[in-house]
Design a protein around this ligand. Structure first.
Ligand code: AMP
Ligand code: MN
Ligand code: MN
Ligand code: MN
Length: 283
């Protein structure tokens, strides 16, 4: 079992727990080294690192950046970043700026199919309004009785071809990787099994093109053990890690009790042959 968890969310993005409560839960579950990786914002890292010190836990500064690449939305995790690095701070600010207008368009789309009050409804779940996103809309759709749970929201709403979906231009891949590596961090491709173009999963040819480009830009890691992966996928992405000489990362992608596939920590060991991503900063 790994005592690292290098991917999770707090109320600064679309998680349900404050950074303090998230760190406490991780500590209780045996995590020794945690990275908080909120979407497009580093505002929770100060609080998280204070809380971590109180539990004798190490906090790795992290972020999960939304990226548009071809027709895909990708997530690039930055680990061991400097959250004060100005190009990173300004880049993330730029991404957040687009979220408000997108939320309005999402609400308009839901209204056209008879679901009113979604904008106000979603903002009620967004403790950090600048980070308003699909998860907040999902919680509103569940609470208002339109869907039975968050997972079913993402089958019937908010995804391509369904009500509430709005296509959006996020950061470019070169920018996201550049901000992370420029700040001294390690850029990691998050949950590679999850990328879809409409209802079609990213194929191996496209994934290889992506990884080639990612590595050429300075990307150095790939999530192998992820809350979004099956055990077969741990093995599959361990093979890609080897092929592209990438570090392997691990994270639950925990968002909240009762909402996520996996709770914090207690992640299974990497497949043999993986080089753990912490070798990049633990020397
Ligand atoms: P956004 O950045 O606003 O597009 O929201 C993306 C977030 O929506 C992800 O980080 C997840 O938290 C959530 N999400 C996307 N797809 C799913 C899904 N199939 N099930 C549960 N949550 C999802
Ligand atoms: Mn999320
Ligand atoms: Mn993600
Ligand atoms: Mn995530």
């Amino acid at each position: 079992m790994l005592d690292y968890d290098l991917h999770c969310h707090s109320t600064v993005s679309d998680g349900l727990l404050s950074p303090t409560d998230l760190v406490a839960r991780a500590a209780e579950r045996g995590v020794k080294i945690l990275s908080l990786t909120d979407h497009d914002d580093v505002a929770g890292l100060g609080e998280a690192s204070q809380a971590a010190a109180g539990h004798g836990m190490q906090l790795i500064n992290g972020v999960e950046i939304s990226v548009s690449w071809r027709h895909y939305t990708l997530h690039i995790v930055g680990l061991n970043i400097d959250p004060a690095f100005l190009p990173l701070v300004e880049g993330l600010q730029g991404i957040r700026n687009g979220r408000g207008a997108r939320a309005q368009l999402m609400a308009d789309s839901l209204a056209r199919c008879g679901i009113g009050g979604a904008l106000e409804g979603a903002y009620q779940y967004a403790e950090n309004p600048s980070l308003i996103g699909r998860t907040h809309f999902a919680r509103f759709l569940v609470e208002s009785g339109h869907c039975k749970d968050v997972a079913s929201v993402f089958k019937n709403y908010l995804v391509k071809g369904k009500p509430g979906y709005v296509s959006h231009e996020w950061a470019s891949l070169p920018d996201a990787v550049g901000w992370i590596t420029g700040s001294g961090g390690v850029a990691v491709l998050a949950h590679p099994a999850r990328y879809m173009c409409g209802r079609k999963k990213m194929g191996s040819t496209t994934l290889r093109e992506l990884l080639r480009e990612f590595v050429d830009l300075g990307g150095r890691g790939i999530e192998v053990v992820s809350g979004s992966h099956t055990p077969e996928q741990y093995a599959e992405f361990a093979r890609y890690a080897k092929e592209f000489d990438l570090y392997a990362s691990c994270g639950s992608d925990f968002h909240g009790p009762g909402e996520s596939y996996r709770d914090l920590g207690r992640l299974p060991d990497f497949p043999l042959d993986c080089r753990p991503v912490w070798q990049a900063w633990e020397k």
